[in-house]
Design a protein around this ligand. Sequence first.
Ligand code: MN
Ligand code: MN
Length: 463
Amino acid sequence: MAKKKDKKSKFAYEKKNGWTLIDKKREKSIFDFNKKYINYLSVCKTEREIIDNAVKEATKRGFKEGKGKKFYIVNRGKSACFVVIGKEPIENGVRIIGSHVDSPRLDLKQNPMYEDIELALLKTHYYGGIKKFQWVTIPLAIHGIIIKANGEKVNIKIGEDENDPIFTITDILPHLSYKVQGTKKIGEAIPGENLNILIGSIPVKDKDEKTKVKENLLSILNKKYGIIEEDFLSAEIEIVPAGKARDIGFDRSLVGGYGHDDRVCAFTSLEALFDAKTPAYTTIIYFSDKEEVGSDGNTGAKSKFIEDVILKTIENTGLKPTYALLRKVINNSQALSSDVNAAIDPTYKSVNEVNNACKLNYGIVLTKYTGSGGKYGANDCHAEFFGKMRIMFNKRKIVWQTGELGKVDEGGGGTIAKFLGEVGIETIDCGTPVLSMHSPLEVVSKFDVYETYRGYLAFIEEK
Ligand code: MN
Ligand code: MN
């Protein structure tokens, strides 16, 4: 029998838990960085709030709207690009880190308010892929904008301040739920039309009104915001989980919050741009909208917005933005589709294949392809670009891992990668592992958040 050796193989690939690889100093940087992230996550809950916040932060750092060497362009308040001109000539291409700033939520219907059994409620239509049972009996907040009859824009944000009221969707007690829920499939137990937001219960004293509670609430809303019921018809109002993001765990190693998907990538990519030395290539941090519903519309990644931004960037380097030059720049460009990936959940290991799924605390994830069953709908990154990223991350000692979206034939999903790929940009998916994705309380590891930031910093600074 051969003598047992415990020497490690020189040839085999081995992943290590990130926390075992770092010193005290790095640990402190990780916790400090995540404090900032938790604050950010607590105040930026909608695409508009994220864009407003990013513009404010960029302005503080000398970015100008549409002009100069550091500039930003906002697209209808819901998507935006932040650009820094780099050392390389623009025709050698740009570097893009593209995340999405919309998250799954409940949108109000256009005529939302009604009264039933002397309670007032708001009808919703869910946005993106949610498991409906996760959204009942939790504290909810109302965010959004209303355009009044006179054209005035009113911003609404109720349920986040400690002194604000919150809202909720009621659920039936277990004693009486056997027939209406208990015998049904989990996905059918709570139909979309049951996601109605409870907003009040005091009636007006006027005897003639049929819906006295609704009337009372309309009068409260009119006093507070100067709005009438018709104003809801054109409004854009989002219902999101109320309250702040928090540390999770006795060791405080994790962050629980709403919308890590994909604000974790938005936050880390913009921070990386702010902190980077002059980028090797001109760098564009792209915040896109509508990813959760297919990237459609003029603020989604299928739109021409990124091309408009590249044209403007060419112009700002002093060159003529011709179509030929635009195509040259695009074809020489590389992008990270910076989006989260599904970490293995110890309770639901069966949906993943452990050698290829990502894990919490194992660092930033490079995902060669998303899509589903036979790689349909995938931007399958070319080996050359993946190889380049691997070499770059290893050079910078970035803790990184590969990921895939579940076992083959288990399910799947997509990101904005294919829309960046479609125009000619070399693209790979690269982001943070998440547990409980698309739930009201998603979970990420602080180690991975910081490593995502370091990974994006490398992509901006390295050639
Ligand atoms: Mn996402
Ligand atoms: Mn998502």
